[in-house]
Ligand binder design. Structure first.
Ligand code: ADP
Ligand code: LRH
Length: 490
């Protein structure tokens, strides 16, 4: 019983945060301690521009944030770390061997061809349940092997596991994030060792699997001293794939109807939660994925290019600024102008591969429009409107597919994450899908991280459903109903 205070470290592809959470049977409070940009760095590699994560900068920001957290809340009982999926650091004898690559780096095309020559795409799906994304870890490891780097490593640590290793000295692979590697069997949630062998990846590359809620280990004494923390403070495994933590905090309470979710941030992850994977040919053809959820649930979803399209457009307009705060005020202005657009705008395929790497998104939208014989947007407001209408159209298609492929009926869509604050996008989603949209909470990922820690500490109990009802009571979502054709914005 009682209340515990825990710290959630949530590293998104756009920004990271450290959030303190107080959690008890009827309590769920959040306090933001630190928020920092996560800007990748392009460096020259053999005359090309390669894209890397600034993991040391992120780790420094994590340490600073955790030190502030401990200062303001000396009773903090544990720390949980989640981040974006698929990326990793290669390690030898405990030392990081190089700067981790960003999944948007363009080195993977050749690796995809190499892997598919060893195992056909449909066989990969049948074994791993994972949708084809060119940056799945399995392809990145192939690229490392071709570059002669894989053989130098004795260990690969996924990003949250790398942070956990630096904090505690304990190496493990948290299972929800392991499910995004393309090397895990979704039925048994264990490594597909036969696949490792066929792809010539050493079977011991990833350290032992660990489940959300397990204790990773206490902080190393040097780290505890740096944070001003007591030596017994430790790190707990959470759903370390950010989307797994976000899905924990979807405030779905109506068990009689099936709800879909959109975890809306840099990406939009659109799908449903299921008890078992769907490995049908139809799911493969629709590019749906079966990622591992907390409590052995399956996250049956598809990746829709998300607000990346908007943030990257803003970068090319230099409408961003460098801090998360500046970026959000530039964004508010653009969204207001997009809400006032009344004429038609192009609806383009948001999942087109051309939008994956960093670059001039408005120019790529123009190119898509030219190829498809439709008029391009004319000003920034129209670009923003076009991006949001295109995302809403992609969501509608994905929700219909999720329902059909899983044999469920969906009448409500929960939108969680940073994008749930985008009122225009929420309304357009309700309109495009013809379904009720329930928006929020914004910090679903941190909340899911906090709840899993709180449950491990025995401060909250029960199934994900009971955790979700606590989220719904604490952060009642905002409702958007589908508008009939031609009715003006409210
Ligand atoms: P990630 O976890 O992938 O870094 P977030 O969940 O933090 O992403 O969501 C970031 C996105 O949320 C931004 O790209 C932006 O489009 C959107 N966003 C952030 N603040 C606001 C706001 N005040 N209004 C509307 N949208 C917002
Ligand atoms: C969202 C996310 C998503 C992955 C992508 C790489 O942050 O984790 O679930 O597909 O990043």
């Amino acid at each position: 019983g009682g209340t515990a205070v825990v710290a959630a470290v949530d590293l998104g592809a756009t920004s990271g945060r450290v959030i303190l959470g107080s959690v008890g049977e009827n309590e769920l409070g959040l306090r933001h301690v630190a928020r920092f940009a996560n800007d990748p760095v392009a460096v020259t590699e053999q005359r090309r521009s390669a894209l890397h994560w600034d993991v040391l900068g992120l780790y420094r920001a994590v340490l600073t944030g955790l030190a502030d957290a401990v200062r303001s809340e000396p009773e903090v009982a544990s720390i949980g770390v989640d981040s974006w999926a698929v990326d990793y650091g290669l390690v030898r004898d405990g030392a990081l061997l190089g700067v981790p690559y960003h999944y948007r780096d363009e080195r993977n095309a050749a690796a995809v061809t190499d892997v598919h020559a060893l195992i056909a795409p449909e066989d990969l799906f049948a074994r791993t349940g994972l949708q084809h994304l060119p940056f799945n870890t399995v392809f990145q490891l192939q690229a490392e092997a071709s570059a002669g780097r894989l053989g130098l490593a004795d260990t690969a640590l996924l990003i949250p596991d790398l942070i956990g290793y630096w904090l505690t000295g304990h190496a493990a692979t948290e299972v929800t994030n392991a499910s995004t590697t393309g090397l895990l069997d979704p039925r048994t949630r264990t490594w597909d060792t036969d696949l490792f062998a066929r792809l010539r990846i050493p079977t011991g590359l990833f350290p032992r699997l660990i489940q959300p809620g397990e204790h990773l280990g206490p902080l190393l004494p040097t780290v505890a001293a740096r944070l001003g923390a007591p030596s017994h403070l430790g790190v707990a495994a959470v759903g370390s794939h950010d989307t797994a933590s976000a899905v924990v905090a979807v405030p779905a309470t109506d068990e009689s109807s099936t709800t879909a979710y959109i975890s809306s941030g840099t990406w939009s992850l659109v799908g449903v939660e299921l008890p078992a994977p769907v490995l049908s040919e139809a799911a493969f053809a629709a590019n749906f994925t079966n990622e591992g959820g907390v409590d052995d649930r399956v996250r049956f979803l598809t990746n829709v290019s998300g607000l990346w399209l908007l943030s990257e457009s803003m970068r090319s307009w230099e409408a961003g600024g460098s801090t998360p705060e500046q970026r959000s005020s530039g964004l508010a202005e653009l969204l207001a102008s997009a809400a006032d657009v009344t004429g038609p705008v192009p609806v383009f395929d948001a999942s087109d591969a051309r939008f994956l790497p960093p670059g001039d998104m408005p120019a790529r939208i123009d190119a898509w429009c030219a190829e498809h014989g439709v008029a391009a947007p004319r000003d920034r407001a129209e670009y923003v409107r076009s991006i949001l209408e295109s995302l809403a159209a992609a969501y509608a298609r994905a929700v219909d597919q999720a329902a059909a492929l899983s044999g469920t009926t969906i009448d409500t869509i929960h939108i969680v994450g940073g994008g749930s604050q985008n009122e225009l996008l929420c309304q357009l989603t309700a309109d495009a899908t013809g379904r009720t949209v329930l928006a929020g909470p914004v910090e679903a990922t941190a909340i899911g991280n906090i709840l899993v820690q709180g449950r491990a500490l025995g401060r909250v109990h029960g199934s994900l459903e009971s955790l979700r009802s606590l989220v719904a009571r604490t952060f009642p979502p905002r409702r958007y109903s589908p508008r009939l054709e031609g009715r003006p914005l409210p």
